[in-house]
Every structure is written in structure tokens, then in C-alpha cells.
Design a protein around this ligand. Structure first.
Ligand code: DAS
Length: 356
């Protein structure tokens, strides 16, 4: 009799242990890391090489293995989508990545996605995904300013923080996020403001929050449309139309604008001085190009914290031009390309630039 009771007790204990461990394992969120290259996957010859190195060398599984602490915050798996330096991140790369992210966030066994990315165009990819991926699950982009081989490398903690944010319920519904240097920034607002230094990424309107030792501290929320509240959908986009950027200056000529038009650009972003102003030497050519159906979008190369006002120093209504609001030229290019996949109407374009 005693033996029978003992066996029954042992079986009960064992089943509770199995269920218990399954519950514990089930409690950890599932995060997928999509690796695309950049400095965070970079390698230099010596620990003193914080700026001289080769980007896009270390594979995603090695990045994950290099941070064993990830296992304590999430069930993590990696996919190597690309292995490139992000100055070469093309429209086709954006569409391929966007479709992969959209497929993953639809899966019930994916709670968040982290994208490791070069810092040069990280802000463009973050904004693109913010516009076209329909989800409220956290999508977090992360890079580093120093390769993992350098003293005081920033990639490990940046990636740990990115996974921690992607695994967080309170990061849901905030749009695409960028975690660098302990800050959590909006993928829409953030831009690489300096190079060489670890505090490279800033938003003109401030960070959304901070992540410290795996805990998020939020201070504000995004104001513009994004992700689930976007009218755009990556599942309806296969290619992006050509949109080019011409840099304005006091001595600018119309050469670049005409060359872009000749190559088939559907829109030209004028990276203007001040309030997106256009040199008088260039205005007639832009009017002519607009007359040929090319959209002219005025942005500003002023660094951060201003926005281009319609009809202020240029008669936008008269010329039928669009203003890029507070978007820098490279982000204006992304929004114009996404918008032009849906509309050619300049008034609709302007509405989209106010709302996104
Ligand atoms: N070449 C840069 C890039 O891939 C390296 C980096 O900063 O990530 O964006």
C-alpha cells in the first residue's frame, strides 16, 4: 500500500515539475532578431580601433551568443536577412525586410522583432517600417557606433536593450522604435545627428523614453500616424518609385534636378536652406519639372527642430509644390516613395506629409 501511495505521490510531483517548467518557459516572450549588417556586426583589427573597422562581418548567431544574458529576458532566435553596410541599403532591401517583418509579426509565436542595422540609414529603415507594417507588436531597430572588437563597444548593451524593449508589453502600440545609448526613440523622429560618438541618435522632439537595466521609462508618445493606424501596407507594395534628393545651397544650379528628372524620378526632394528655401536660379527649372508631372517636395537641411512652412518663403500653392513638414530630406524621400505607391495627387501628398 505504502509503495503504491509513494509511486502516486512521485508521479504527481513529476507532473507538477514538468507543467511548472513549461509555464516558466512559456512566460518568456519570443523575440526574433533580423540581422542586416552594419557596425554592430563589425570587426576591427585592434581594441583601439573604435572607428576603423569593417562593417557587416559578424553573423547573427554570434551576436546572440555574445550576450548570454538575452536568455533571461526572452526566447531569442536570429535570421540573417542581409549582411551589408547600411549606406548601401536600397529600396529593394527595404521592401524585402518590410515583408519579412510583416510576416513575422503575424505569427502567434512572435512577440517582438529586433532589427540589427547599420547606423547610416537606420533612421530611413525605421521610418519606412513605421509607415508600412501593420502591427502593434514592438519592432525595434538597433545599431552601434563602435564594433564589438573595440574598447567600450556599445553594441552589446544596445542589443540587450533592444531585445528587452521588444519583449516588453508596454512597448506595444508606440510605433517602430530605435534603442541606442540607453534611449528609446521614435523611428519616425530619430536621426543620426553626429558620427563617431555613441550618443549619435537624437530626435528633434525628444526621446520617447529610456531603457535602464531592462526596464522601460516612458516620457511621451508619438503624435503622427504609424503601423496599425497607417493607410499604407507593405503587403501591397512590391517596388518603391524613384525619389531623389538634391542639396540646396546659395550657389545651387538646376543640374542635379534635371539629371534626376532625366533618369525618371517621380519626385525630387529639395534639401533646402532654412525654411526649405530654393535659390532663385533654380525656381524656374523646378516649375518646369513640376509641369512635366514630377512632384517637388521642399525639405530643409537645417539639422533638427524646425519644419518647412507652406507658402512662407515660397508660393507653394502657386507652384503646386509640397512641403515635407519636419521631416529631414532622407525621411522625406521615404515618405514620398511610400505615398507615391498610392497617389500622384499633390494635395493628397501634402495631407500625407502633415499626418505621417
Ligand atoms: N557603414 C555604417 C553602416 O553600415 C557603419 C555603421 O555605423 O553601422 O551604416
Amino acid at each position: 500500500m505504502f509503495k503504491k501511495d509513494l509511486r502516486r505521490w512521485l508521479l504527481a510531483m513529476l507532473s507538477m515539475l514538468v507543467v511548472g517548467s513549461a509555464v516558466v518557459a512559456a512566460e518568456k516572450p519570443n523575440v526574433v532578431i533580423l540581422a542586416t549588417g552594419g557596425t554592430i556586426a563589425g570587426a576591427g583589427a585592434d581594441a583601439t580601433n573604435s572607428a576603423t573597422y569593417q562593417a557587416a562581418k559578424v553573423p547573427v548567431d554570434k551576436l546572440i551568443a555574445g550576450i548570454p544574458q538575452l536568455k533571461t529576458i526572452a526566447e531569442v532566435r536570429g535570421e540573417q536577412v542581409f549582411q551589408i553596410a547600411s549606406e548601401s541599403f536600397t529600396n529593394d532591401n527595404l521592401v524585402t525586410l518590410g515583408k519579412r517583418v510583416a510576416a513575422l509579426v503575424k505569427q502567434g509565436d512572435v512577440d517582438g522583432v529586433v532589427i540589427t542595422h547599420g547606423t547610416d540609414t537606420l533612421e530611413e529603415t525605421a521610418y519606412f517600417l513605421n509607415l508600412v507594417v501593420r502591427t502593434d507588436k514592438p519592432i525595434v531597430l538597433v545599431g552601434s557606433m563602435r564594433p564589438g572588437t573595440a574598447m567600450s563597444a556599445d553594441g552589446m548593451l544596445n542589443l540587450y536593450n533592444a531585445v528587452s524593449v521588444a519583449a516588453s508589453k508596454d512597448a506595444r502600440g508606440k510605433g517602430v522604435l530605435v534603442t541606442m545609448n540607453d534611449e528609446i526613440n521614435s523611428g519616425r523622429d530619430v536621426s543620426k545627428m553626429v558620427n563617431l560618438r555613441t550618443e549619435a541618435f537624437k530626435s528633434p522632439w525628444g526621446a520617447l523614453g529610456m531603457v535602464v537595466e531592462g526596464k522601460n521609462y516612458w516620457f511621451r508618445l508619438p503624435a503622427k500616424r504609424h503601423t496599425n493606424n497607417s493607410e499604407f501596407d507593405i503587403e501591397k507594395i512590391d517596388t518603391l518609385p524613384s525619389v531623389e534628393i538634391a542639396y540646396g545651397s546659395g550657389n545651387a544650379s538646376d543640374t542635379a534636378y534635371r539629371a534626376f528628372a532625366a533618369k525618371g524620378a517621380k519626385a525630387i526632394i529639395h534639401a533646402g536652406t532654412g525654411n526649405g528655401s530654393v535659390s532663385s536660379a533654380v525656381v524656374p527649372s523646378l516649375q518646369e519639372l513640376r509641369g512635366k508631372g514630377i512632384q517637388i517636395i521642399r525639405s530643409s537641411h537645417v539639422n533638427a527642430g524646425g519644419f518647412v512652412l507652406r507658402n512662407a518663403e515660397q508660393p507653394d500653392d502657386k507652384y503646386d509644390w509640397v512641403v515635407a513638414h519636419d521631416l529631414n530630406p532622407q525621411k522625406a524621400r521615404i515618405l514620398a516613395a511610400v505615398a507615391l505607391s498610392k497617389t500622384q495627387d499633390s494635395k493628397e501628398l501634402q495631407r500625407i506629409f502633415w499626418e505621417y
